[in-house]
Write a protein that binds this ligand. Structure first.
Ligand SMILES: [Zn+2]
Length: 136
């Protein structure tokens, strides 16, 4: 009998990030925005990196950004990712400023370029919806 495929590890929402994951379920890309200096926070956290304010609002983001850098993974680091090898790990700089580690979908690894404009493409799992990105 073959072993069942190993599941990929998935993010576990905490108190600060729960609204982000709830909005992702609805297909909305929400970010914390500092009420004092206007900087966006990602990952979600209680204080602002720029001014240390603890005040914020949740704002709907564009879901758009550009590829800042990327790498192609050829080695198995977790058994859940074996079926995807080789896969990309991409840092997307959101139009709002924060940078997000993610994967590009809908594009071959060989076609990924730094500076490529991308848009969010939600990947639904049973417990969480992940922000992946695809070329615009
Ligand atoms: Zn701030």
């Amino acid at each position: 009998m073959a072993d069942a495929p190993t599941e990929k590890p998935l993010p576990e929402p905490d108190e600060a990030s729960q609204p982000f994951w709830d909005s992702a379920e609805r297909g909305e890309f929400m970010l914390m925005k500092c009420s004092d200096c206007g900087a966006f926070r990602l990952p979600s956290r209680q204080h602002c990196d720029r001014c240390l304010s603890t005040e914020y609002t949740w704002e709907r983001a564009s879901g758009r950004g550009t590829v800042r850098t990327f790498g192609i993974m050829h080695q198995r680091y977790h058994p859940g990712f074996v079926p995807d090898l080789p896969y990309n790990v991409t840092i997307v700089e959101l139009d709002e400023g924060p940078r997000l580690p993610t994967n590009l979908v809908g594009v071959s690894n060989a076609a990924i370029r730094v500076g490529m404009p991308v848009v969010v493409d939600w990947e639904r799992h049973s417990d969480v919806t992940l922000p992946k990105f695809r070329p615009v």
